[in-house]
Ligand binder design. Structure first.
Ligand SMILES: [Zn+2]
Ligand SMILES: [Zn+2]
Length: 103
């Protein structure tokens, strides 16, 4: 059986890894990342906020696309659980829509 390929990271998606609320094959963490943005974006240090290219931050270097998605997901939920204010989002149309993993 051939597994579908994640539209975000390009890796195979096992059925239990599929994010809800998406009609395309996509991992849970890749789905979250596609909405909340990169680590740099969550911190307000991406090109949306920082005009100086030398100071811009996006996904952490040295990670695969899926690993970077996991880091952004963990960071996002950690900040949310602390009640951190969400910075105005200029990348994602609907950042406050949370996706649950398929249980
Ligand atoms: Zn993925
Ligand atoms: Zn951004």
């Amino acid at each position: 059986m051939t597994l579908p390929v994640c539209i975000w990271c390009g890796e195979p998606v096992h059925p239990e890894e599929q994010a809800r609320d998406f009609s395309n094959p996509i991992h849970y963490e890749c789905g979250v990342r596609s909405i909340v943005g990169s680590v740099g974006h969550i911190h307000g240090r991406c090109s949306c906020f920082e005009k100086d290219p030398a100071k811009q931050e996006d996904d952490p270097p040295g990670l695969t696309t899926r690993e970077a998605a996991r880091v952004a997901t963990v960071l996002f939920y950690r900040l949310r659980d602390r009640g951190a204010a969400w910075s105005p989002d200029k990348c994602s149309p609907n950042p406050m829509r949370f996706i649950r993993a398929k249980s």
